[in-house]
Design a protein around this ligand. Sequence first.
Ligand SMILES: [Ca+2]
Length: 88
Amino acid sequence: MALRIRTLAHRRPIEWLGKYALNNLIAVDQLANALLAGDPDETISSRAAKHYDHKDGWGWLARMLDKIDPGHSSKSIELDEGKDALLP
Ligand SMILES: [Ca+2]
C-alpha cells in the first residue's frame, strides 16, 4: 500500500497562499519565542497565556492580546508545549 501524504497542493491558489502565509507567520512567531529562550515549538501567545495571572511582562502581553482579540489566550494556549523552554 502506497503512503499518501495529505497536502493542500490541490487547493485553490488563494487558499494555498493563505495557508502558506499562516504557516510562515506561525514559524516566525515560534522563532521569536525560541530567541527569547522559549520552547521552539510554542508560540508567544501560548507562552504568554500560561502567565495570564502573573504580574510579569508575559501576563501583561496575554491580557493585552485578549483585549485586542477576546479569547485569544484560551484559543492559543498549547498545554503540550513548553517543555523545551530555557526560561518560563
Ligand atoms: Ca506547537
